[in-house]
Design a protein around this ligand. Sequence first.
Ligand SMILES: [Fe+2]
Length: 282
Amino acid sequence: MSSFKLSEEDAALASQATEDYDLIQVAETIWIAQCSLVFFAMKLRTRMTVLKLEDESGSYLLIHSPIRLTDTIRAQLDALQTEHGTIRVLVAPCGLHHVFIEPYSKVYADAETWCTQDVVKKRKDVTWTGVLERGVNPWWVAEGQLRLALVESATLSEAVFFVEREKVLLVVDLLENLNWKEFAAENCTLKQKMAMASMTLYNLKHKDYDGKLIPGGACGGAFQSPEHQMKFHKKQQHSEGCAIVGEWPFERVILAHGHMLGWTGSVPVRERTRRTLRLPRE
Ligand SMILES: [Fe+2]
């Protein structure tokens, strides 16, 4: 178990709103950074995660769901490389989290690039090393360090990870924890606001495990993105993927959008994600 520990205050800050492009350490082998973007009419922050992993040649870094590559982020990543090893793997974990990866593949040209099948179709400008799909186990998904599961819906596939050392579940869109009050982008139209309101209302059915809404969370802490909710003919595959994830003994969650779960000790993580991931009652 990691000896690195954030203070309660720092953990709360880390899980919420850090400054854009400020890479911060949240566990002994994990760093995060965020940047803002507008997705349709939604004002969102998206989170990148950097993992320190090891193989027989020593430690190295993996970048998951890269954010916009600014000079600030680049300088901070370079400092990390000096201390913890080179960036050897870049991961675009689903069809919505590939937007910023291309500059990374140029700057860190020796790094392998991995993505899900739906990204391959969208990003022909990137030379991909491998595709994360069922039955594929990349060399960097090593026992004792990382586990991988594919959760598929009708509109996207997401590669979900478990960081064993830190007991951290790493997702992008399988779980979101958005505050609807921060949702609407400036100058969005009434029609767009109505669409967001209906999406929020739709998500209200995913209330907390005991049926209560949690202030500050969109719908009780964590819900599936609309893309994951559209399962249709992939319903079984989605359930199978969630079942694998549900068996992992995670205690904290890093997600791409909204407050992370379990970092201050005040959120019962497995309870809060039980409904979405169909976890068994404990
Ligand atoms: Fe996303």
